[in-house]
Design a protein around this ligand. Structure first.
Ligand code: NAD
Length: 433
């Protein structure tokens, strides 16, 4: 199929490169010239396992190209996948600004027979109540009669997104008509896993069910972990027993006590869901307290650093989780900012963030949003070790694990459960969450 992918961020560039590798002819569209240029030169605009080599291969083979010209991309293709961001608005609701703009652009170039597929996360009702009317008025065509519309939420996890694309936990297709659903299902032919063909708004809601539950599980594990810590118990030993109960049949995913969650999805989707519940006059005390619980956990990490009683701190890891360069709503960024605000002398090491900065992918983000942290980022763990009396471990990258081995008598604050955490618990100068 000939596919245009709108938005070449974490979801879009992975979808574009993976679909191209499956034999589709793909054109990526982004308003960011940096991302378009990176793809054009065969490089991925994000740092992720396997995405670099995959992008290089499909671009060289002519299966993927990129352009800033939305109309040209729509005209050259049969299907448009929309993967633009849906960040939090200041009031906690979901901002649909980028979706609306893309719908106008696609609508302006739409021809009969085209299919528009929304992969971005959006609250139930957004597609039918907001985006279809925009597409129809911009095109003068009718959805379901002249062109197809579907919602096809993305379940990839940053850090393993290429693998997740080819082995998704499920494929969800929200279809307004069967023919459109068939066309979207054909896009993913050969991809394993159950395919759910559901009404559009159900598809929209499934993503919120996932993200709310992930946040809930992480917070549950972290609160239990905090109680264990206070009682002098190894939380992972407790969770090993809890998770081994096969009658409960609980997936261990997100249930190992560790650091606070963050990133561009879980916090904003919980916020969006709670906002939508409030607007609908539904009381959701449990869901409303997931983010405050996460915040309390972040504060606990901050207090561990304070308790270590040295102002020379090395932070290993800055992105919101290992394996990605994504800094959006990273709890490590928040921790760094809190420490800086209290006058701590900080050095930071994060291999993926630095690589992305050198490539130019996240340079703009760091310059605009985190100029105060940019200067503290070092290119080697040795620089951090030379400076730090306290090492805060927020990543399990091999270089960081090697640095921990060389940390000597420095205090180690382990936010990621180091591989030898159980043995380290007994040693002086080690503290874990
Ligand atoms: P992102 O911010 O990394 O990428 C969005 C891209 O869209 C940016 O490159 C931006 O320049 C581009 N864009 C904005 N307006 C545009 C326009 N008019 N035309 C073309 N491009 C435009 O976002 P992301 O992390 O890839 O997330 C995209 C969506 O997928 C969000 O709704 C998110 O909630 C959802 N999602 C994200 C993940 C994840 O792990 N990041 C996982 C599942 C779902």
């Amino acid at each position: 199929m000939r596919i245009s992918v709108f938005g070449l961020g974490y979801v879009g560039c992975v979808s574009a490169a993976c679909l191209a590798s499956m034999g589709h002819e793909v054109v990526g569209v982004d308003v960011s010239q940096v991302k378009v240029d990176l793809i054009a030169s065969g490089r991925a605009p994000v740092v992720e396992e396997r995405i670099g080599e995959l992008t290089e291969r499909v671009v060289r083979a002519g299966a993927l190209r990129a352009t800033p010209d939305a109309a040209e991309a729509v005209r050259a293709t049969d299907v448009s996948l929309v993967c633009v961001g849906t960040p939090s608005a200041p009031n906690g609701s979901l901002s649909t600004l980028y979706l609306e703009r893309v719908a106008e652009e696609i609508g302006g170039a739409l021809k009969s027979g085209h299919t528009v597929v929304f992969r971005s996360t959006m609250l139930p009702g957004t597609c039918e109540g907001l985006l279809i009317p925009i597409l129809e008025s911009a095109s003068g065509l009718r959805a379901g009669r002249d062109f197809g519309v579907a919602v096809n939420p993305e379940f990839l996890r940053e850090g393993s997104s290429v693998r997740d694309f080819f082995e998704p936990p499920k494929t969800v297709i929200g279809e307004s008509d069967r023919a459109t659903g068939e066309r979207v299902a054909a896009l993913y032919e050969g991809i394993p896993g159950e395919v759910f063909r559901v009404p559009v708004a159900v598809a929209e809601m499934t993503k919120y069910a996932d993200n709310a539950f992930h946040g809930l599980k992480i917070s549950f594990a972290n609160e239990l972990g905090a109680v264990c810590q206070a009682l002098g118990l190894d939380s992972h030993a407790v969770m090993d027993v809890f998770l081994a109960d096969d009658k409960l049949n609980i997936s261990p995913a997100y249930l190992r006590p560790g650091f606070a969650f963050g990133g561009s999805c879980l916090p904003k989707d919980l916020r969006g869901l709670v906002y939508a519940a409030r607007r609908a006059d539904v009381s959701v005390p449990l869901l409303s307290h997931v983010l405050p619980s996460n915040e309390a956990h972040l504060q606990r990490a901050f207090e561990l650093v304070v308790a270590a009683d040295s102002r020379k701190v090395g932070l290993f890891g800055l992105s919101f989780k290992p394996g990605t360069d994504d800094l959006r709503e990273s709890p490590l960024v928040e921790l760094a900012e809190r420490l800086l605000g209290k006058g701590y002398d900080l050095r930071i090491y994060d291999e993926n963030v630095t690589l992305s900065r050198l490539m130019g992918a996240n340079r703009h983000y760091i310059e605009q949003r985190l100029p105060h942290l940019g200067d503290l980022l070092t290119t080697s763990v040795d620089d951090v070790l030379a400076h730090a009396e306290v090492c805060v471990i927020g990543s399990r990258e091999p270089a960081v694990l090697a640095a921990v081995e060389r940390a000597g008598t420095r205090t180690i604050i382990d936010l990621v459960r180091l591989p030898d955490a159980a043995e380290r618990r007994a040693t002086q100068g080690y503290v874990g969450l």
